[in-house]
Design a protein around this ligand. Structure first.
Ligand code: G16
Length: 544
């Protein structure tokens, strides 16, 4: 077939280094950008096949999100804007790792197993972040799409959640919104203005927010959006990419893991600040206390704020909808306790990775999901959206119920339900704080985090660590879980777990306890156990 000849010819321009094997990680392939040209070409092929199979538009985002600038990666987006289904992750691995001469066989194998009609039209949306390598890598994706005769639309520089949004808009024939960047700005800003317009006496101070753009795509896009917000939010942007390096000493991951303010943000005591990550699908908030102490409001605090707000509105609206919060093992113990014991909402724990949380959240009328690192959103079932809409339009209902229903309706419009979205989450948080008349300090005081520490340990092969129970326990290597258990016992209110990262070549260690000293000591002791039992390389971990 002519298509396969084209693939053969074009793939020679994007050759695979012999013997190179890459794993499909937490959010797709991710490694040094120099190793990714063939992967991108092949993901263009795969996205085209997925599009033929689903008869819908598929998205390919070229980004390595929170990783350093020299890395890159790829995220595949399924028709409703969600991450690609796990069965196809296997195909992605098969295709990415096939040696040059095996590529056509691997491709034909997928076509056969999925009974794909090659006569079917295909459409792929492509986006990229601001990394220097993203230009040529996104071109490699496009080459892959065209080699199999697929149609493409190149959105160029967009945030990851913007690309997810475009795919969903396209496949819902515009019901979710208009598949353009302007359409995205219009939908979100209108919802934000509707939500905040009736809040009495919002001062300029209350409208002010400091934003750390991580020197990435989020900085560019939030600037573009600002005019649409009509001064209802007054942003001061730092780390806008004009001089600093992407994610270097800034961005959501740095702030969360280091528990300190990013470089370059001039914050004064009590000012609300937030940080995006490198592709703007995560956000964390923070402020400096009166004694100069750094206060972090991470994904757990965001989930608590949003679910409290939604629960209150549901009560006011008299709507009987089940609300749940989905977290991972990284969720601070205090947040889980508060959600279950005080707020009395259902809490679920899944493995790390948005795809797992998203899937779990879909089981409820309203599923609020957030990873502690600030990646999350809210999902509304179709039935829940319909009930909200019906009530908002019911002129016979009383004012309080109608007001709550209208707020819920605009809240639904403000949220990017396809995936975590730093810009959409930021607007939602700002709206909730305004509507509830809360300061960042009052939000922070909802519950007190248990002191915690995250560390990374280098090992020869992180795959030797296998976990179970939503990554809260290890099953291999032998003796590691026992070692963790015996160390946890020494501290009060303590918990610790380890897991191989799916985005970086490290093992992640998490520990929490009643004091920062104990959390630090526990994290160090567990890191040593990992180093000794799981094949640590380089220097032994040192106490903090
Ligand atoms: C990705 C995933 C997140 C995950 C993070 C870290 O985020 O989308 O779900 O929490 O990686 O994963 P790991 O601990 O396996 O390295 P991002 O923002 O980097 O794309």
């Amino acid at each position: 077939m002519a298509q396969f000849e084209e693939v053969s010819q074009k793939s020679a321009v994007h050759p695979k280094p012999v013997g190179l094997v890459l794993q499909y990680g937490t959010a797709g392939f991710r490694t040094n950008s120099k190793q990714l040209d063939h992967v991108m070409f092949r993901m263009g092929l795969l996205a085209t096949l997925r599009s033929k199979k689903t008869k819908a538009t598929i998205g390919v985002m070229v980004t390595a999100s929170h990783n350093p600038e020299e890395d890159n990666g790829v995220k595949l987006v399924d028709p409703m804007g969600e991450m690609v289904t796990p069965a196809w992750e296997g195909y992605a691995t098969q295709l990415a790792n096939a040696e040059q001469e095996e590529l056509l066989t691997a491709l034909k194998d997928i076509i056969e197993r999925e009974t794909i009609s090659m006569a079917q039209e295909a459409s792929v949306f492509v986006g990229k972040d601001t990394r220097p390598s993203s230009d040529s890598l996104s071109q490699a994706v496009l080459d892959g799409v065209h080699a199999l005769g697929g149609h493409s639309k190149d959105y160029g520089l967009v945030t990851t959640p913007q690309l997810h949004y475009m795919v969903c808009c396209q496949n819902t024939q515009g019901r979710y919104g208009e598949a353009t960047v302007k359409g995205y700005y219009r939908k979100l800003s209108q919802a934000f203005i509707q939500l905040t317009k009736n809040v009495p006496n919002r001062t300029d101070d209350q409208k002010a927010l400091l934003v750390d753009g991580a020197n990435g795509i989020g900085a560019l896009k939030v600037c573009e959006m600002e005019t649409y917000l009509k001064n209802e939010l007054q942003l001061s942007l730092f780390n806008d990419g004009s001089s600093g390096k992407l994610n270097h000493l800034c961005g959501a991951d740095y702030v969360k893991v280091q528990q300190r303010a990013p470089k370059g943000v001039e914050m004064t005591a009590g000012e609300r600040c937030c940080s995006y990550d490198g592709d703007a699908d995560r956000i964390v908030y923070y402020y400096s206390g009166s004694a100069g102490r750094f206060h972090l409001l991470d994904g757990d605090k965001i989930a608590t704020l949003i679910s409290t707000y939604l629960k209150e509105l549901l009560t006011q609206a008299g709507l009987d909808l089940q609300i749940a919060v989905v977290q991972t093992a990284y969720a601070n113990g205090s947040s889980t306790q508060y959600l279950e014991d005080t707020m009395k909402v259902i809490v679920r724990c899944t493995k790390t990775g948005v795809k797992h949380l998203h899937h779990a959240a879909q089981e409820f009328d309203i599923g609020v999901y957030f990873e502690a690192n600030g990646h999350g959103t809210v999902l509304f079932s179709k039935a829940a959206e319909e009930k909200i809409q019906k009530l908002a339009q019911d002129s016979n209902t009383n004012d309080e119920r109608r007001r709550a229903a209208l707020l819920l309706q605009n809240t639904v419009n403000l949220i990017n339900q396809t995936v975590g979205d730093a810009i959409s989450d930021m607007l939602l948080i700002e709206a909730v704080l305004a509507i509830r008349g809360m300061t960042v300090q009052q939000w922070d005081a909802i519950y007190t985090d248990l002191p915690n520490r995250q560390l990374k340990v280098k090992v020869a092969d992180r795959r030797v660590i296998d976990t179970t129970d939503a990554e809260r326990r290890t099953v291999s290597p032998a003796g590691l879980q026992e070692a963790i258990d015996s160390r946890v016992k020494k501290y009060r209110q303590a918990r610790s777990f380890v897991r191989p990262s799916g985005t970086e070549d490290v093992v992640r260690v998490y520990a929490e306890a009643d004091t920062q000293e104990s959390a630090d000591a526990l994290a160090h002791e567990v890191s040593l156990a990992v180093y000794r039992l799981a094949g640590g390389v380089g220097e032994e971990p040192k106490p903090l």
